[in-house]
Design a binder for this molecule. Sequence first.
Ligand SMILES: Nc1ncnc2c1ncn2[C@@H]1O[C@H](COP(=O)(O)OP(=O)(O)OP(=O)(O)O)[C@@H](O)[C@H]1O
Ligand SMILES: [Mg+2]
Length: 366
Amino acid sequence: MYIESLRLHDFRSYRQVMLTPPRGTTVFVGENGTGKTNLLEAVHLCCLGRSHRTSNDREMIRSGAETCAVQVRVQRGDGADTVGVRLFMPTEKKRKVLHINGKTASRTGELMGHVTCVMFSPEDIELMRGAPQGRRRFLDMLLSQCGAGYFYALQNYNSALKQRNALLHAIAKGEARAAQLEVWDEQLAAAAAPVVKARQYAAGSLCQLAAGHYAHIGGRENEVFALRYMGHLAESAAPADDLLKLLHARREEDLRRVTTTAGPHRDDLLLTLSGEDMRAFASQGQMRTAVLALRLSEVDMLTQRQGESPLLLLDDVLSELDAGRRTRLLSRISGIQTLLTCTDLSDLTGAKADAVLHVKLGEITA
Ligand SMILES: Nc1ncnc2c1ncn2[C@@H]1O[C@H](COP(=O)(O)OP(=O)(O)OP(=O)(O)O)[C@@H](O)[C@H]1O
Ligand SMILES: [Mg+2]
């Protein structure tokens, strides 16, 4: 798939922009803080209905404006798709309106799969070092782009979890009885099953794909990268039954801690290099290679799923790589439309740019 046009209106630092990137690689070059990442963020917003770097939508509305809009038109193997997102300040009645091929969509899930992207960003290093939440988000974003079914299953699980936790609070305050938990235990267990099954599948595929990418980019035969799904139900063949049993077994603990202590909301991914936990063991460079391997695996999975490659958004990642890793990364992504940012064109040594655009605060020039 490739972007034919990208339009921004009052988005972050941009008042009005319209871009028609070529099918190959477009480079956005500019000093720090000029609005390069803002452009990639706009594409991400159209793919997943949210930013890759903030959960606060209003941050994306240009200071002083009441609303912003982003629209992307892509060509796919089976025709064109136009997706738009409009965000409103909290003073307005509406917060977010989605448009898909001229029709208003009421649920964010409807957006999934129309325009898909993989974002490589410097913050990805948090996947290696940061809290489990970041690794769960990585899996969730990938699986949501693979199909809206996962996105809805996750929403369903999160809402059952919220209700069960609210009931635990009510019980703690003496406003409800412990026996009332039974109905939410069953709902939560049933809602967990599709989430767990999808994550089991994704972790298995990612592990296999990422090992290959790590070996290729790292260029060292003796380093074996692997990933394992960790969680109460990671190995379960019957996640709904097993979670129900776990919830029963842990009921006293849940009541005491006033929260649900078992379920996929506690999942994690264990990332290892030659059998050792990377968090405690790996160098900065090894972590960066592992992150690239994960992102490239995401590209593979989306490509397999939809029969064509997603858009690639490379935010300031080339400058961090040595020449060999950069060349090997670029060889893996050639042929896929890429929007790439850098602060200096010398970061691009070895890369082929089909268009170079200069970014100064609020404007883009050839
Ligand atoms: N809502 C907003 N309204 C107006 N300007 C904004 C808004 N949000 C961010 N900006 C401006 O956008 C700029 C940051 O944009 P961005 O993060 O894209 O920079 P960048 O070019 O990627 O920088 P770096 O090279 O440091 O990563 C800042 O100047 C910031 O003031
Ligand atoms: Mg940036």
